[in-house]
Design a protein around this ligand. Structure first.
Ligand code: IPM
Ligand code: MG
Length: 384
């Protein structure tokens, strides 16, 4: 078969899959109700690189806060093994089938960062476990809060998590040795569900602005659709102002003190959300300070916003990694499964620790260790 024919067949397959996905999304409207579950099963997967180090602390904090519920059988914590790069490579899969099966038996997952190989790495170029899990569990909303009270910053980023330039990242084609093509997808139900969730969040929290970010002036079909759908959904929320920005100037404006305090809820397609959330986290004190909720109607996964930082491990600095990101994710998880007061308490403890700065993580031996930070946050919790 010639190269063009092969590429056309591949493209046809992708189109069919996406059309089927659209139909599935249209009939999938019911959210899981955590109030009805006993026990709520929380899976914990440590991940790669610094993952096991920061997960250990996050799990410790979580068990501290849920001690009674675990004893009373309201919560079950379950270790999920095998989501390591070694095992994924051995099985030749982003998420080995047996591991995915175990994850699906849990209601929510606390996940340490996993290594994502790229072309030329020592690992085979398998798909990102994050991206695969987000797709397999249909975790369409990646919610990433960033707060810097003294600068008037309080942003909640709603990153679309199952479409965009990302989700087919492993399905691009090398048509010939000289031509590579990737695919970017935006669908109506996919854009609608994330944009609506962002507006609902704004409404529920009395926030009067939602900012939509695209590059619709250039990427006309997909980003154009995202923006058009935002415009339509905004009509249902007359009390909420909305504005639209292009991703390039938005990245600049996050650094503009006069402008950035106006942003509150930010909703955007996958890759833009990936990049903008790292920038936002850096403004807050580094990616090691930011947590992330991956939410779908049936499952949810909570993680740090950063990767596995294998460089830190290679340089012998893993025990100086900041666990705050994943501990923040625990707070988001508690909130999501209905333990709102405990979530608030943990958020307060983390905020207080960040404010006091008695335990400072630098990522190096001149700073605090991962477990010292865990101790510090638990001590704070004991005193709140
Ligand atoms: C994130 C991470 C992941 C992503 C990587 C590890 C695949 O950067 O959660 O933002 O790009 O989505
Ligand atoms: Mg990222």
């Amino acid at each position: 078969m010639d190269a063009i024919e092969k590429a056309k067949n591949h493209f046809e397959e992708i189109i069919k899959e996406q059309l089927e996905r659209i139909e599935r999304m249209k009939t999938d409207y019911k959210w899981i109700d955590y109030n009805k579950l006993k026990p709520i099963i929380i899976g914990v997967a440590g991940g790669d690189g610094i993952g096991p180090y920061i997960s250990r602390e996050a799990e410790r904090v979580m068990k501290f806060l849920l001690k009674e519920e675990i004893e009373e059988g309201k919560i079950e914590i379950r270790e999920i093994n095998g989501l390591t790069i070694e095992n994924r490579v051995k099985e030749g899969k982003a998420v080995p089938d047996a591991v995915l099966k175990e994850i699906k038996k849990c209601h929510v997952l606390l996940k340490g960062p996993t290594t994502t190989p790229k072309r030329g790495d020592k690992w085979p170029n398998i798909e990102s476990a994050n991206v695969a899990l987000r797709r397999e569990l249909d975790l369409f909303a990646n919610i990433r809060p960033v707060k810097v009270p003294e600068k008037g910053i309080d942003w909640t980023i709603f990153r679309e998590n199952t479409e965009g330039a990302y989700i087919l990242g492993n399905r691009g084609i090398n048509v010939t040795d000289e031509l590579a093509i990737d695919f970017k997808v935006i669908t109506n139900p996919g854009a609608e569900r994330i944009i609506r969730l962002a507006f609902e969040y704004a409404k529920k929290n009395n926030l009067d602005r939602v900012t939509v970010v695209t590059k619709a002036n250039v990427i006309k079909a997909t980003d154009g659709k995202f923006l058009e759908i935002a415009k339509k959904i905004a009509e249902d929320y007359p009390d909420i102002e909305w504005d639209d920005w292009f991703i390039d100037i938005m990245s600049a404006k996050l650094l503009d003190p006069a402008r950035r305090r106006n942003f509150k809820v930010i909703v955007l397609p996958n890759l833009y959300g990936d990049i903008l959330s790292d920038e936002a986290a850096q403004i807050q004190g580094g990616v090691g300070t930011a947590g992330s909720a991956n939410v779908g109607k049936h499952y949810a996964m909570f993680e740090a916003i950063h990767g596995s930082a294998t460089r830190m491990v290679e340089e012998g600095r893993a025990e100086y990694a900041d666990p705050t990101s994943l501990i923040r994710a625990v707070a988001m998880m508690l909130n999501h499964i209905g333990y709102v007061e405990k979530a608030k308490k943990l958020d307060m403890a983390i905020d207080a620790c960040q404010y006091e700065r008695k335990c400072i993580i630098t990522g190096r031996s001149d700073g605090a260790t991962t477990s010292q930070m865990g101790d510090y946050i638990i001590k704070k919790l004991e005193n709140i």
